[in-house]
Design a protein around this ligand. Structure first.
Ligand SMILES: C[S@@+](CC[C@H](N)C(=O)[O-])C[C@H]1O[C@@H](n2cnc3c(N)ncnc32)[C@H](O)[C@@H]1O
Length: 233
């Protein structure tokens, strides 16, 4: 699938107004999140604890925050949080981070990396690191997938990405990129631009944390700048 069509389809899938995630009463969801995050041993508590430790006092740029369930657990310990998503209510595309105001000393993305095409990892990391000061903390987490979910994933011949079939509440069908990452694969993606890279797998989520060293995908920007120069001539 062409990258731009895919990016639009992913946004359409998540942002349909009848998606159950948008129908939950905000106050009910907030109460549930607060209760689970403060209940020792709960899967949400484990991740909340790690997030609060890693992001305490930082200026955090959150990518693809969805309804903000993870924003909620850090907002009282972080120095500042800019929570972004491509939804119509928030409107900041993860591939257009330059328009996010300010510079940050931490970044957070939960359940976003699996939707990024492998061919765009370098581009995404480069864009993200451009918004962060050197040595910033990055926290990237993904939820574990059940055996049934994994069994339904498919990879079209010749493509690097895995997909899952999703059906929107109005019956519209989507093929969404849903990659799975081993510890080794995460190492290959992040080690070139990270120091103190750590991996943790807990009950319901696994996550990495690292500190930024240099940008990834400099060649992507060098090419874009060269193209822009040529187009201007
Ligand atoms: C699996 S949800 C994760 C939401 C939230 N982080 C969580 O863990 O509950 C993926 C999110 O990615 C957002 N999204 C899709 N395409 C995007 C894009 N190009 N830029 C930013 N966010 C995007 C969707 O709107 C959706 O909220």
């Amino acid at each position: 699938m062409h990258d731009l069509n895919y990016a639009k389809a992913l946004r359409d899938y998540y942002n349909h107004p009848a998606n159950p995630v948008h129908l939950n009463r905000v106050s009910d969801k907030a109460r549930e999140v607060d209760m689970q995050s403060s209940q020792p041993g709960h899967w949400r508590w484990e991740l909340a604890l790690a997030l609060r430790r890693a992001l305490r006092g930082k200026r955090v740029l959150e990518i693809a925050c969805g309804t903000g369930v993870w924003t909620r657990v850090i907002v009282d310990v972080a120095g500042f949080v800019l929570a972004t998503d491509a939804s119509p209510r928030i409107q900041l595309d993860a591939y257009d981070l330059a328009s996010a105001p300010g510079e940050f000393d931490a970044a957070l993305a939960i359940n976003w990396l699996q939707h990024v095409p492998c061919a765009r990892h370098a581009e995404f990391l480069d864009l993200l690191h451009r918004k962060l000061r050197r040595g910033a903390t990055v926290f990237i987490g993904t939820s574990h997938r059940s055996a049934e979910w994994r069994a339904d994933l498919f990879r079209p011949p010749g493509e690097p990405d895995f997909y899952s079939r999703r059906t929107r509440p109005d019956g519209c069908e989507y093929e969404v990129i849903d990659n799975l990452f081993s510890k080794e694969e995460l190492g290959r993606i992040f080690a070139p631009v990270a120091s103190r890279l750590r991996f943790r797998s807990a009950q319901a989520y696994s996550w990495i944390t690292y500190e930024t060293t240099k940008r990834r995908g400099g060649e992507h920007h060098a090419r874009k700048e060269k193209d822009a120069g040529r187009d201007a001539r």
